[in-house]
Write a protein that binds this ligand. Structure first.
Ligand code: ATP
Ligand code: MG
Length: 389
């Protein structure tokens, strides 16, 4: 008899012949998370993953918290694993769930019996255990339609499991099951959320960050690295790529019209990002842009930016209001870091009157006054790599 964690699959359960591949990636991600917490056995059966501590030191509550942040899991439960004997199940359920049973007014019992050799049917287990609970907790009543508390009993091959709390998991698909993409990560609120949203769909992230010292400080760069560390909770390991952008920004300032500084800067960022993505075999770019948020995020500006890209650019927060993005950033705990007031290279040499409706031909013509290609190659060559995970 011991406490274990049960994890229920999300969308993976709907997969066909390739389900196994997704399961393997999910279990690998779970194992990585648990490695830092303690020693656990991980097994799977019928769209459920079982996590059992293998020694006293393994902290099951820390493991439960970590599992809530693993994509690919829809439900997380802490359960008591007991011998498959009806009397034992009842005795233990009454004791193990004492706090919950005392704190609620109505309940029902729901039993799943995947071990068809077990001598009682699910309905009978539920009915008889329900009676025993009523005997032990006179103030609680049965409500099969809308109970405050549901007592779950699962009778499986190896043991029976008792639990009452089904916690929502992170949902989505296991990180690494949908390939790899390159997140343009600023220190702001939006891009960490954008990365989280794509990681949720199974994408493994690399994160590229542009700095322009001395216009941007070391503290701004460290802030972004702390964001990466935080994002690792959900996104698994993140390769971090730092790009020095000062030369490019200074040449934009010297050669291009002020009203186009930002749009040209963004095109340069994309050109560098695409080259890095090409080298590292990252199939898409991800940004935290949202239509109409700032001048460089009008439809015309986004079209000008995309013009230099040789691969898809995902903008998962494109249709969200700022407050909706903030809600997610609080949930994933990046908000407090994001609002620290450090400069970003996008705020260096900001035009007083940026073009909100730039014409591509006008932008291309302005850009052609200087050959940026060697500087772009130089920036790519001098990229610095780190790993967070
Ligand atoms: P965020 O809150 O993510 O900083 P934002 O609304 O401030 O976004 P911009 O500063 O215009 O918007 O940047 C738009 C997007 O460009 C960001 O979401 C991010 O993907 C990318 N970006 C901006 N600055 C940088 C940077 N220094 N390094 C890498 N990517 C950046
Ligand atoms: Mg920003």
């Amino acid at each position: 008899m011991k406490e274990v964690i049960l994890l229920k699959y999300g969308e993976i359960a709907l997969k066909g012949l390739n389900k196994r591949t997704f399961e393997d990636i999910l279990i690998r991600n779970i194992r990585r998370k648990l490695d830092g917490i303690g020693e656990f056995d991980i097994t799977k059966a019928q769209s459920t993953i079982y996590i059992e501590p293998t020694n006293e030191d393994a902290d099951i509550d820390a493991a439960l918290l970590a599992m809530k942040k693993v994509f690919g899991i829809s439900v997380v439960c802490k359960a008591l694993s007991v011998e498959k004997d009806f009397d034992t199940i009842c005795d233990q359920a009454v004791k193990y769930l004492a706090d919950s049973l005392s704190a609620h007014d109505t309940f029902k019992v729901e039993t799943k019996r995947s071990d068809k050799g077990f001598p009682m049917m699910s309905m009978e287990i539920s009915r008889r255990l329900g009676g025993i609970i009523l005997d032990n907790y006179p103030s609680i009543k049965v409500d099969v339609h809308n109970p405050e508390l549901t007592v779950f009993i699962e009778v499986r091959e190896v043991a029976a499991y008792i639990y009452a709390d089904r916690i929502a998991g992170a949902g989505g698909m296991p990180v690494g099951s949908s390939g790899k993409a390159l997140l343009l990560l600023s220190g702001g609120i939006d891009s960490p959320v954008a990365g989280y949203m794509m990681a949720k769909r199974g994408i493994r992230l690399s994160a590229i960050h542009f700095v322009s010292p001395p216009y941007t400080s070391m503290r701004a760069q460290e802030k972004v690295e702390r964001l990466c560390e935080k994002m690792v909770d959900y996104c698994q390991g993140i390769e971090f790529i730092l790009i020095h952008f000062t030369d490019i920004q200074e040449q934009i300032k010297r050669h291009c019209p002020e009203e186009l500084f930002t749009i040209i800067l963004r095109r340069m960022m994309m050109r560098v990002a695409c080259k890095i993505a090409q080298e590292k075999d990252l199939l898409a770019l991800i940004t935290g842009e949202s239509v109409a948020q700032v001048a460089s995020q009008t439809l015309a500006a986004i079209a000008c930016t995309d013009d230099v890209c040789d691969r898809p650019v995902f903008r998962p927060v494109v249709g969200m209001d700022k407050n909706e993005i903030v809600d997610i950033s609080r949930k994933i705990d990046t908000y407090d870091i994001s609002i620290e007031p450090y400069e970003d290279c996008c705020t260096v040499f900001t035009p007083r009157h940026p073009r909100t409706n730039p014409k591509l031909s006008y932008v291309m013509n302005a850009e052609s006054k200087f050959d940026f290609e060697p500087l772009i190659d130089e920036a790519v060559k001098n990229a610095e790599y780190k790993f967070f995970g």
